[in-house]
Design a protein around this ligand. Structure first.
Ligand code: HEC
Ligand code: HEC
Length: 316
């Protein structure tokens, strides 16, 4: 009796091991190392599975006129979507659909988002996330007067992106937006690299005002608490720096002179924030290497094992 029971248990254990082995042969997404947001995204389209970039591409024709087919717009009025984390794109589309995002030219997006299903939003997000973001040029004009006189215009922003301002409780932007401005797919933090300066400036001003978003829209308020501390000059400079910042991983394999290759002359582009000068190219800090949701000041991220741009994030 005793023996029979022991064999029975051993058999069960063997079955469990076998089941685990089978499970390991199928490709199951593993959770992100980054802190996982447990609450559903505010306004987000739920009940969708991980996006399919191919399907997204076939839907992206409807976005091309304004955002460019690959998410690199040709007009400064439209935000750059290339390289944006999938869940951020899906969340913003859901916010447009439900008309919870109301600022700026949001109304332009309402009819477009209206016809999209939750799955379409994820598919579109997957498409844009896998596209390479181009970058613009940061302004390196010397500042003539004021506390930052003598610095290059973009340098004020660069300092904040890399290190924040401890004295005023401003965390380094790259703690959340990634060392190369690539965003953080888990908690749906947007990419900043190459974003159009006009658009970024307007968004920062909106966050600074801190109104117009429902209290339950957690991510808005995370950003609003930071922007509330920024001066006009800092917002202008940050936007300029962001526009020139590009993810160096995008350069690898990019043909010289091709439309996709970032402009080499951009001052900010020459030194992606994550990579100290001595580190090899293409090692943007992995989003997982920095605390994603802290509001405490953080030191500039140390280079982490490379997470190639466009890597499919592993958490839905
Ligand atoms: C007629 C022009 C137009 C078209 C077409 C269009 N958009 Fe937009 N989109 C805009 C504008 C303008 C904004 C900026 C809204 C604002 O002022 O905040 C925007 C914003 C967005 C944002 C938010 C970006 C961010 O960084 O927060 C996303 C995501 C987006 N659009 C996705 C799409 C997708 C996906 C499609 C195609 C299905 C699409 N858009 C088609 C004009 C357009
Ligand atoms: C604690 C995390 C955190 C930090 C630190 C942070 N951000 Fe953000 N940021 C966010 C989140 C979350 C959003 C998205 C908010 C939303 O959904 O509206 C955001 C949105 C933005 C946007 C709008 C992007 C778009 O495509 O519309 C800009 C621009 C931006 N942040 C710039 C900055 C700058 C500049 C700094 C540093 C001064 C900074 N952020 C620091 C979390 C952070």
């Amino acid at each position: 009796m005793r023996h029979a029971r022991a064999y029975g248990l051993a058999g069960l254990a063997a079955l469990a091991v076998a089941a685990a082995a089978v499970a390991q042969t199928t490709v199951t997404p593993v959770p992100d190392k980054a802190p996982v947001q447990v609450a559903p995204l505010a306004g987000a389209a739920e009940h969708a599975t991980w996006g399919d970039p191919k399907k997204g591409q076939s839907l992206a024709g409807a976005c091309a006129a304004c955002h460019g087919l690959d998410g690199n717009p040709s007009t400064p009025a439209y935000p750059r979507l290339a390289g944006m984390p999938e869940r951020y794109v899906a969340q913003q589309l859901a916010l447009f659909k439900t008309q919870q995002r109301t600022t700026g030219m949001a109304a332009v997006m309402y009819p477009i988002a209206q016809v999209l299903t939750a799955q379409d939003m994820r598919d579109l997000g997957a498409w844009f996330q896998t596209q390479k973001a181009g970058a613009g040029i940061a302004d390196d004009t010397a500042i003539a007067s004021g506390p930052n006189a003598g610095k290059k215009y973009y340098e004020v922003g660069e300092t904040l992106v890399r290190g924040g301002d401890k004295a005023r409780g401003i965390p380094a932007c790259m703690a959340c937006h990634g060392g190369a401005g690539q965003g953080n797919p888990g908690p749906a933090y947007p990419a900043l690299a190459g974003q159009q300066a006009d658009y970024a400036k307007r968004r920062l001003e909106e966050y600074r005002t801190g109104t117009g978003a429902p209290p339950t829209y957690k991510n808005f308020h995370i950003m609003a608490s930071i922007a509330s501390k920024l001066t006009d000059e800092e917002i202008g400079s940050l936007s300029s720096y962001i526009q020139g910042l590009h993810n160096r991983a995008n350069d690898v394999g990019a043909k010289a002179g091709s439309a996709a290759s970032p402009i080499a002359a951009a001052p900010a582009a020459a030194t992606p924030a994550a990579a100290p000068a001595a580190t090899p190219a293409a090692t943007p800090a992995s989003p997982a290497s920095v605390p994603a949701q802290t509001t405490a000041p953080v030191k500039p991220a140390t280079p982490a094992p490379a997470a190639p741009a466009g890597t499919t994030p592993t958490q839905g």
